[in-house]
Structure formats: structure tokens, C-alpha cells
Ligand binder design. Structure first.
Ligand SMILES: [Zn+2]
Ligand SMILES: [Zn+2]
Length: 246
């Protein structure tokens, strides 16, 4: 047994995991409960009324969304449909903070990428993963950025590098779900900045960026992040999340 496995074994012994669906011991999501989740097999546009895109299309958007900064969106599950989906995401973000749910949640995203034909070398070529930033206050409260944990797991599996500390949230904003659409957009203006390393060159220059977040609600956050990433020279900005609202 290698050290990591021994550590994992000991952790499981002292802090056993229970399925969030049926309480069965062993993991956060047992095989039976996992099979009840309807993982997205298709690609949908990021607009309000999701339009199904053809699998062969390299374009992640419908014709009405061409002006949006985000190139497209990948998500594994519809948010509202199942209580289990909401519970998995809730426990990842709120007490008792199951931080290592990131592995389970990342595996759902990977399954979606495989089912929808997006796990190909040319998609990940010249790409970086960037987690949507949390404001420092929120980070200290939770002790981690859930999007960063998720992006780290995706990075290990996809072998796509992750850039942390590049996208920074400088303004503390109300949770998306508690504010109106107008409020959200004004709140988010100039809420994020891009911090480059010591060199003058932008870290995202000519890169395909995959922004990672837990839930896509109206898309205001991702659009705002995409805007500044593009201003910093990113070639394309795509969104990846566990679930989508609506
Ligand atoms: Zn279960
Ligand atoms: Zn659209």
C-alpha cells in the first residue's frame, strides 16, 4: 500500500463516508443513487431557454448568443430537478463542509464530458482551468474555494493545468440567488481582476480558458469573468459547472 492509500484507508476508518442519497456507508454517492442522476448527454446553449446544440457543432452557442463573451457551457446536471443534486452541492458549500465531495462532483462532470463527446485532445489543447474566485471574506468563512477544489480534481483527471490566484474577486457581493438580475449585473461590475505573475505577459494570453464554478445561475458571474479574461488576451472562455439552474 502506498502512503496516500494508507492515509485514505485510515481516514475512511475513522471518518466513514455515507451516501447523501440513502445513507449507505462507503461513499458520498453510492452506485445506486448515482444511477438515478440524469447526467447530461448533450450540449446546450448558455441562453435562458437552453437550446440543444448538435453534437458535431464546434460552436457552443446558438445564433442569438454569439455576442456573449462566454463561448459555451458544459454542465453535468440540471440543478432543480433532483433533491439529491441540490444536496450534493449544498453539502459541498455549507456546514459541515464536505470539502472532499469535490472528487465525486468532478467525476459527474467527467462523465458528462465523455457522454457528450467533449473529452478529446483537441478540446483540451492549449487550455487552462481557472476557478471562479471567491472574495477573501467568503474564503475565510468556508476555509476553501469550492470551485478551486473542483478545478483541482478536474485538472488531475483531464491533465489540463490549473491557474489559481490569477482571477481575484476584489468586491464582496450578495449571493446570486438573493439578488435581482439588475442588481447582480451592477454588483458584479469590476468585482474581479486578473493578476499576472511577475512577468509582464498575461498568463492567459492566447489560451483557451475553462472557467470552473459549482452552479450556473443566470451566467452573470461567468460573463463578467469571461469579459476580463478576454481583455487580458484569452482566446476563448468556456464555462464548466456541476449543475445549471433553470
Ligand atoms: Zn445511495
Ligand atoms: Zn443561446
Amino acid at each position: 500500500m502506498n502512503t496516500n492509500r494508507t492515509k485514505g484507508f485510515l481516514l475512511d476508518l475513522f471518518f466513514p463516508k455515507f451516501c447523501l442519497g440513502c445513507q449507505k456507508e462507503g461513499s458520498y454517492l453510492c452506485e445506486d443513487c448515482r444511477s438515478t442522476l440524469d447526467i447530461c448527454q448533450f450540449n446546450y446553449c448558455l441562453c435562458d431557454k437552453p437550446i440543444r446544440l448538435s453534437l458535431s457543432s464546434k460552436n457552443g452557442k446558438c445564433s442569438a448568443c454569439q455576442d456573449k463573451k462566454l463561448s459555451g457551457l458544459c454542465y453535468a446536471l440540471p440543478y432543480k430537478e433532483k433533491q439529491l443534486t441540490r444536496k450534493l452541492i449544498y453539502q459541498f458549500k455549507y456546514p459541515p463542509y464536505l470539502k472532499d465531495l469535490a472528487k465525486t462532483l468532478a467525476s459527474l462532470i467527467i462523465e458528462h464530458l465523455i457522454l457528450s463527446g467533449k473529452n478529446t485532445d483537441d478540446i483540451w489543447e492549449n487550455s487552462v482551468l481557472i476557478p471562479v474566485a471567491l472574495h477573501r471574506k467568503k474564503f475565510n468563512e468556508r476555509g476553501y474555494n469550492q470551485s478551486e477544489e473542483l478545478a483541482r480534481e478536474l485538472s488531475k483527471i483531464l491533465k489540463v493545468p490549473i491557474l489559481v490566484d490569477c482571477l481575484i474577486k476584489t468586491k464582496s457581493t450578495k449571493p446570486q440567488m438573493e439578488s435581482s438580475k439588475e442588481e447582480r449585473e451592477t454588483n458584479l461590475q469590476n468585482a474581479f481582476i486578473i493578476k499576472n505573475s511577475t512577468t509582464d505577459q498575461s498568463v492567459v494570453l492566447n489560451k483557451k480558458v475553462f472557467l470552473v464554478d459549482d452552479v450556473y445561475t443566470t451566467g452573470s458571474t461567468m460573463q463578467e469573468c469571461a469579459k476580463i479574461l478576454k481583455q487580458s488576451g484569452a482566446k476563448q472562455v468556456w464555462g464548466i459547472c456541476i449543475a445549471r439552474e433553470g
